[in-house]
Design a protein around this ligand. Sequence first.
Ligand SMILES: O=c1ccn([C@@H]2O[C@H](COP(=O)(O)OP(=O)(O)O[C@H]3O[C@H](CO)[C@@H](O)[C@H](O)[C@H]3O)[C@@H](O)[C@H]2O)c(=O)[nH]1
Ligand SMILES: [Mn+2]
Length: 750
Amino acid sequence: MGNEASYVHLFETKKAKGIALYRLFAASVFVGICSIWAYRVSHLPRNGEDGRWVWIGLFAAEVWFGFYWLLTQALRWNPIYRHTFKDRLSQRYGNDLPGVDIFVCTADPLIEPPMMVINTVLSVMAYDYQQEKLSVYLSDDAGSYLTFYALMEASHFAKHWIPFCKKFNVEPRSPAAYFKSVSDSLDTKQAKELATVKKLYKEMEIRIEAAAKLGCLSEEMYLKHKGFSQWDSYVSQSDHDTMLQILIDGKDPIATDVEGCRLPTLVYLAREKRPQHFHNFKAGAMNALIRISSKISHGQIILNVDCDMYSNNSQSIRDALCFFMDEKKGPEIAYVQFPQNFDNITRNEIYSNSMRVINEVEFHGLDGYGGPLYIGTGCFHRRDTLCGRKFTPGSINEFKIENNVERDETIPELEENSKVFASCTYEKNTEWGKEMGLKYGCPVEDVITGLSIQSRGWKSVYYNPARKAFLGVATTTLGQTLVQHKRWSEGDFQILLSKYSPAWYAKGKISFGLQLGYCCYCFWASNSLAVLFYSIVPSLYLLKGISLFPQLSNPWFIPFAYVIISNYTYSLVEFLWSGGTVHGWWNDQRIWLYKRTSSYLFAFIDTIANSLEFSADSGFVITAKVSEQDAHNRYLKEIMEFGASSPMFTVLATSGLINLLCLAGFLKNVFINEGNFRFYETMMLQILLCSLLVLINWPLYQGLFLRKDNGKMPSSLAIKSIGFALLLPAFFSCIKFLLIFVFDYPYHVT
Ligand SMILES: O=c1ccn([C@@H]2O[C@H](COP(=O)(O)OP(=O)(O)O[C@H]3O[C@H](CO)[C@@H](O)[C@H](O)[C@H]3O)[C@@H](O)[C@H]2O)c(=O)[nH]1
Ligand SMILES: [Mn+2]
């Protein structure tokens, strides 16, 4: 080992190139932003002059945008990139590696189909790792016999699948994904074995789908496994005993695959649910898993994935261990987060659901300041830090490497004795959900848990390998996208206001850069007000013919032009650099707007109402992973899906229509009534803003008026939003009148 200089690390960290150039650019933008502020302050309309209040509103919005832009610099100021040396890991440790427990969470067999769930399970069972050190746990919050049945089928299929993967070094190791990707050019031996394993898979799929169609537990299924007897006392999803089955015991020497090799442990868990006990959603499930697994396998490393996030890279455990097992830098690392990638992204990602820029830019930036957020899936943790251990400087890695430990209980005994750990009352008067395990009470249990780990002195690592580690299912409708972002922005905003706020609680505990980085996400929701104001009011004033920005010939026009052009050019370059398309970027701008004016707005209102105790706690709306065939076809064709009515759509449609009406009204004034083109000179920026808003809303107008398919906006919603769009200007006039009345009264009577 020797000293730091001669130590051969298991991973390396590189700084991004060209960062000085970026900083220079950012500084120039900042000068532009300050000039805009200066313009607003120095050109404030006098008391009583038209547009004074709007001017103040715009100034407030611009101060906000500038402030938020500063926060986002933390994500770009100091990016780093990681690289692992897995060969060194093998050389140094051979097979003396720690046990790894993998948690897969599912919650509803209808929107998370059991076939998808077991594909994820099979993909993680087939990791390139010593099988007897691997344990896979499926937490089923629906307590569904169907999911259990599918898992039981998977435990048999694994005996064929795992040896097949190992023999031919298959990637990815989710059977469904592999079958879809495999080419015809396999050698004959592999082709033959592939045909066999594919046939077994298809037969299994048919049985599982038949069981799903049947809709109840058949006699035949019941007899197939003693585990089904646990459903005898089952009342409903929210009322049942703990159901725990060890389907494969990795410690059992006769639990082998068809080639005679050991298999990983496989466990099904449905924690106890009772209507009178709140179950804390995914965080509750994870904590039950932490306890149950500590009794059954006690892996020192925990990987957790959502049920749609299959492993796409069989080397990920070894990658993660390169960080944890590095003797010099490993001891301070609490978790290794991989990006969330998806395998159902269309070319121009109409819902901007690939999280491209977050994955390729922002998280590298966070990593430079102490490590990324924990984002709930694709994350490896040390078991003890997840359970609340504080970081002590100077500590060394103390992974207990256990090879072949015997167990003194039989499997049925072990199952019975473990159940108590998943009971509703187990956590009563304990620190679980507070200082231990994942935190409760927040819709983004992951982010708040990660923040508290980092606040206890730990670092985290972001690892984004070329071959993606995990692939999941991204949202495929506008409604889902907005609801998901509402949950996220609401959760993040709650963290900001909570006692764990990155703005104050974390001060001195994590680096300043990381504090700002967290704030970027935590302030998502509060972006809504400024964006909503900016996307409606200047258009209304365009219609009235009142200019709110400097005119083209005015030198103050320059900072506006510079900030607008440089920011949009930069964001386009960043998007393309992250692997997106130009059209994808345009779509991203639309979703940027939609999220801010609907998801974030509702999240903002709900959080404030919650904290004033006006409304109940926000829940966890599970994201659907399947859609109907024709909706799916529209997704593939990148046609925006509206379908059902939603208050969020009403806001979007209303603001979209206001812009359309304002632009139409303005053009009418110019051409017909006045025939005078001076407006283009004085109102350039307002015309630009309003026209861009109309352009970007094109799919929305189509959904409102032009489309006939089932994915269009419901007609009732169209009528409602037309009504609002016509009334809102009147409403604004009333407010303005009130403001003038209250504050500027004397001026008006004279
Ligand atoms: O009561 C519940 C609700 C959800 N889940 C599981 O939690 C996971 C995530 O749910 P999903 O509906 O897919 O939410 P997403 O918005 O896609 O999830 C992201 O955001 C969540 C926090 O809001 C994180 O927990 C997730 O890991 C992260 O992928 C899924 O596997 C669910 O089965 C449960 O186990 N129990
Ligand atoms: Mn998900």
